[in-house]
Design a protein around this ligand. Structure first.
Ligand SMILES: Nc1ncnc2c1ncn2[C@@H]1O[C@H](COP(=O)(O)OP(=O)(O)OP(=O)(O)O)[C@@H](O)[C@H]1O
Length: 545
C-alpha cells in the first residue's frame, strides 16, 4: 500500500530522515466469538493527520485501545518512531509520547483549566503545586499550538470547544507527540469544527502527528492527509487524501458495496397534537412550587425580574402526529433539562400533555408506559446496563409491557425473540442476544437502543442524538426507521448535534439558546452554517423566519 504523500509542513531535511511515527504490523485481537482486529497494517507518517474510518464494529476503537496500551494485541507488533514497543498500560504509551483525547471529556468541572491540565502531573515546589511553573508551561504550549484558553477559568464555565482544547493541552502537557482523537467532532458545531481543524493544522506544522477516528466523511476529506479504511477487522485500503475523490467512495470502501441513494421526503404532519408543552420553566437553584393563585406566566415573569437563572425559560411548543420537531442548540443550553422535564426526571413549572392527557404530575415510569419512547443522550449512563445481556437490555425500562411481561413473570423466550428481531432489523452486529452489552461496539449499542425505543409503536419519541457514533450506513437505516414511523403517525422530538441530521429529518427546527426557544426555522431553507450562527447567538433569533 502506498504511504501517504502529503506530510504537513516539515522541512525536507527532517522528512528525509524521519521514521514513521507509528507502524502497526499484523495486529490481531480476538474476543469470544469475534475477531475484532485481523492482521491490521497501518503506517502513519510523522507530521500528518491520519484518519481511521470504518463501519460500526469494524474494529477502530479496539485498534486505538491497543495503540494506547489499554488492550494487548494477541498478535502483531507496534513501532513508534521506528522502535518496537510493547505496552502494558497507557502510562507506557504516554512515556513514548502517545496521548489520547477521549470522546467523552474526562475533566473535573469544579477545577480550573490549569488544575485540570496538570492533574496527576503537577509540578511541585516544597510539596505544593508550583502554579507559576505550570502556568508558564501551559501558556507556552497554548501559544505555540494556537490553543487559546484562559488557565484560570473554571471548566464548568467553558463551552464544548474550549473543553476539548483543554483535553488536547492536557495530553500535550504530558509530552505527547502523537495524538489519538476519538470522534473529536461529534459534539461540535460547524464553527467549532473549523477551529479544531485549525488547531490540528498547527499541531501538524509543529511536527506532531494526529490519528483520529471519525464517521463524518466530509470532515475526514477536509482535514486528513491519509485515510485508512477498516472493514470487518482488517485494513482494506490506506490512501493518500488526493487518491480519494468523494465521501461516497470512502463509504463504499467501508461497506464493500455500493450505497443506496437516499429517498426524498414528503410531509406527513397532521393536525392532531401528540405532545404539547406550555410555559415549561426550570430554575437553576432548585424547584419551588408556584404560589397558589399565581399563574405560571406571572411567576416566571417574577423569577426573571428577580434575576433568577433559568435553565428552561418559558418553553412552549406542540408536536403533531407525523411530525419531527428538531431542537438545535450548543450543548448546555437547556436541551438536557427539556428532556428531563418531559420525562419527569426533574421538576419544572408548566404543562405537559400527551394527546389529551395532562401528564405533568406523572412518574417517569407512567410516562413511559403511556407511550413515550426515549433514546437518551448518554447511552452508557441512561440507556444500557453494560453488564447485562442484549435481551435483558431489551426488557430494561419496558418490564411492564409485552413482549417482556407474561403475568407476573418476565417472558424470556418472547423477550429473546424480540431482541433477535431488533438485531436483524437494525443490523446490530453481535454473536447473539445472550452477549453482554459491553461487548458491543459503541455504534452497535446505539442501534440496539434505537430498536428498543422504537418497539411497541410509541406515540411520541424523544430522540437525543439518535445516530451518535453510528456509521453512515447505519445512520441512513435509522433515518429510514424514523421516517417510516413518522409516516405512521409518530411524533418525534429530535435533539442532535449533527446539523445535517437535524436539517434532513425535521419538519420544523426550533433553536434553543440559554434555555429559551429563540427562533423557529424552516429546514428546507437553512444551511448548517446559518443554523450554527443561531445556535451560538451570532445571529440573533426571536423572529420566525
Ligand atoms: N471487550 C470486548 N469484549 C468482546 N467483544 C468486544 C469487546 N470490545 C469490542 N468487541 C467486539 O470487537 C468488534 C470491534 O469493536 P470496536 O469497538 O473496535 O469497533 P469500532 O470500529 O470502534 O465500532 P464503532 O464505530 O461502533 O465504535 C465488535 O464486534 C465488538 O463487538
Amino acid at each position: 500500500m502506498p504511504p501517504p504523500s502529503r506530510r504537513g509542513e516539515m522541512s525536507a531535511d527532517t522528512l528525509a530522515t524521519a521514521k514513521p511515527a507509528v507502524e502497526l504490523e499484523g495486529i490481531t485481537k480476538r474476543f469470544p466469538g469475534v475477531v475484532a482486529n485481523h492482521d491490521i497494517r497501518i503506517t502513519v507518517e510523522p507530521g500528518t493527520v491520519h484518519a481511521i474510518v470504518g463501519e460500526n464494529g469494524a474494529g477502530k476503537s479496539t485498534l486505538m485501545k491497543i495503540l494506547y496500551g489499554m488492550q494487548k494485541p494477541d498478535e502483531g507488533t507496534i513501532k513508534v518512531n521506528g522502535t518496537e514497543v510493547a505496552f502494558r498500560t497507557p502510562s507506557d504509551a504516554i512515556a513514548v509520547g502517545i496521548g489520547m483525547v477521549h470522546q467523552h471529556f474526562m475533566l473535573a468541572d469544579n477545577l480550573t483549566v490549569l488544575e485540570n491540565i496538570v492533574l496527576g502531573a503537577e509540578p511541585k515546589k516544597g510539596g505544593m503545586l508550583d502554579t507559576a511553573t505550570a502556568r508558564k508551561r501551559i501558556t507556552e504550549l497554548a501559544e505555540s499550538h494556537g490553543l487559546r484558553v484562559d488557565p484560570d477559568k473554571l471548566v464548568e464555565d467553558l463551552g464544548v470547544g474550549d473543553r476539548q482544547r483543554v483535553e488536547i493541552l492536557k495530553v500535550l502537557y504530558r509530552g505527547a507527540r502523537i495524538l489519538i482523537l476519538d470522534e473529536p467532532t461529534a459534539v461540535l458545531v460547524p464553527q467549532e469544527v473549523e477551529e479544531l481543524f485549525q488547531n490540528l493544522r498547527e499541531l501538524k506544522a509543529e511536527g506532531l502527528t494526529v490519528i483520529f477516528i471519525s464517521h463524518k466523511l466530509d470532515e475526514v476529506l477536509d482535514i486528513a492527509d491519509a485515510i485508512t479504511v477498516i472493514r470487518r477487522g482488517t485494513t482494506v485500503a490506506s490512501l493518500a487524501r488526493n487518491e480519494v475523490t468523494s465521501a461516497r467512495q470512502l463509504a463504499e470502501l467501508m461497506v464493500g458495496s455500493e450505497l443506496p441513494t437516499p429517498e426524498t421526503r414528503e410531509s406527513t404532519v397532521t393536525d392532531r397534537v401528540a405532545l404539547q408543552v406550555a410555559h415549561l420553566t426550570m430554575e437553576a437553584d432548585g424547584y419551588r412550587p408556584v404560589p397558589k393563585g399565581t399563574s405560571v406566566e406571572t411567576y416566571v415573569e417574577k423569577l426573571r425580574a428577580d434575576g433568577k437563572r433559568l435553565l428552561l425559560d418559558d418553553v412552549s411548543f406542540e408536536i403533531h402526529e407525523g411530525e419531527i420537531l428538531g431542537i438545535a442548540g450548543v450543548e448546555g443550553n437547556g436541551q438536557s433539562e427539556l428532556i428531563e422535564a418531559i420525562m419527569g426526571i426533574r421538576a419544572a413549572h408548566g404543562g405537559i400533555a400527551l394527546g389529551e392527557q395532562d401528564i405533568s404530575t406523572w412518574s417517569t415510569l407512567k410516562r413511559r408506559e403511556s407511550g413515550i419512547g426515549y433514546i437518551p443522550e448518554d447511552r452508557h449512563r441512561q440507556g444500557l446496563l453494560l453488564e447485562a445481556s442484549l435481551w435483558e437490555n431489551r426488557v430494561l425500562g419496558h418490564q411492564t409491557r409485552k413482549p417482556a411481561r407474561n403475568g407476573i413473570w418476565v417472558d424470556r423466550r418472547a423477550a429473546k425473540a424480540d431482541t433477535e428481531r431488533i438485531v436483524k432489523d437494525y443490523d446490530v452486529r453481535t454473536p447473539g442476544v445472550d452477549t453482554l452489552a459491553l461487548a458491543l461496539s459503541g455504534g452497535n449499542q446505539q442501534k440496539l437502543i434505537v430498536g428498543r425505543e422504537m418497539s411497541g409503536a410509541p406515540k411520541f419519541l424523544i430522540a437525543a442524538h439518535p445516530t451518535r457514533g453510528v456509521d453512515v450506513g447505519a445512520q441512513a437505516a435509522i433515518w429510514d426507521h424514523l421516517r417510516n414511523a413518522r409516516a405512521a403517525g409518530l411524533a418525534v422530538l429530535l435533539i442532535s448535534a449533527d446539523l445535517d441530521e437535524l436539517i434532513g429529518l425535521s419538519d420544523t427546527i426550533q433553536v434553543i439558546y440559554r434555555g429559551r426557544l429563540v427562533a423557529a426555522l424552516d429546514p428546507s431553507d437553512i444551511t448548517p452554517e446559518r443554523l450554527g450562527g443561531y445556535m451560538t447567538g451570532a445571529i440573533a433569533g426571536t423572529e420566525e423566519t
